[in-house]
Design a protein around this ligand. Structure first.
Ligand code: ATP
Length: 262
């Protein structure tokens, strides 16, 4: 129990008074912020969804947590440590698996890539890749190349590769945005299952209210930019798997939708 608590605290994300503006705006003497005064605590092991309209700065905020984009002011901490650069404790899953998979490597080789870089011995690599390939339901497809896979399968390879590196935190930027509706639902269910079977902290970015409600333990609403911030946070007190026909689901959907003036 003590060990688990310590591990959870390590996965916690603290964001305080975080601002981001880009140099070109400052050079023009413009006090234009992409995001301004963002405050957020995401607990270890939590599934947190960031929901906001297109262009509000969701990817920017996620990239700052990932350490890809520098902050203008404020603080982003993972555990006790200030984020200054990307780290092995944080992995990012992008919308397009195509840009992250190596086309000349098989499914297994793609999944094992990070382990190979870390010089994990072959037998152990196989054991780990077997585990995650099975977890994302790709057993039997190990020898295929990305070109032989559907979009959903490629996205699952990306997920298996990220998980095999065992990051404490998964940062997911509209990872299912390019998938057809049916594959998307399957992937949403699988992600919840994977999250329930691990102790990872997930921050999942989407502009889809239904997706946010299917996945999130809490949902943070970002206002439209410029100077976007997290205006409200909703707890989702519904058991998984979530039921679209549940009146409580609908009620919460309507409350959240009212933020976006539709
Ligand atoms: N490198 C950059 N330089 C200047 N402005 C940028 C840069 N990157 C992003 N922006 C601006 O920041 C704003 C937020 O972009 P961001 O991609 O974070 O939004 P988003 O909410 O993720 O959008 P979407 O849902 O459409 O992906 C946009 O107005 C965008 O033009």
């Amino acid at each position: 129990m003590i060990v688990m608590r310590a591990a959870s605290r390590q996965n916690e994300i603290h964001i305080e008074r975080l601002d981001k503006s880009y140099a070109q705006h400052a050079a023009a003497g413009d006090l234009h912020y992409i995001i301004q005064d963002v405050n957020l605590v995401v607990k270890g092991g939590e599934f947190f969804v960031l929901l906001g309209p297109s262009g509000c700065g969701k990817s920017t905020l996620l990239s700052m947590i990932a350490g890809f984009v520098s902050k203008t002011s404020g603080q982003v901490k993972v555990g006790e440590k200030e984020v200054e650069r990307p780290g092995q404790d944080r992995a990012v899953v992008f919308q397009q698996a195509d840009s992250s998979l190596f086309p000349w490597l098989t499914v297994r080789e793609n999944v094992e890539f990070g382990l190979r870089m870390k010089r994990v011995p072959a037998a152990q690599r196989k054991e780990i890749s077997d585990q995650y390939i099975a977890l994302v339901s790709l057993a039997g497809h190990e020898s295929k190349y990305p070109r032989e896979l559907s979009g959903g399968m490629k996205q699952r390879v990306q997920l298996a590769r990220v998980l095999s590196n065992d990051p404490a935190i998964l940062l997911m930027d509209e990872p299912f945005g390019a998938l057809d509706a049916m594959t998307r639902r399957t992937m949403q269910r699988e992600l919840v299952r994977i999250w329930q079977n691990t102790d990872k902290t997930i921050i999942f970015v989407t502009h889809d209210i239904q997706e946010a409600l299917l996945l999130g333990g809490r949902i943070g609403i970002m206002s439209a930019g410029p100077s976007s911030k997290i205006t409200d946070i909703y707890e989702v007190p519904l058991a998984y798997p979530r039921d679209l026909a549940d009146p409580s689901f609908h009620a919460l959907y309507n409350v959240i939708q009212s933020h976006f003036g539709e």
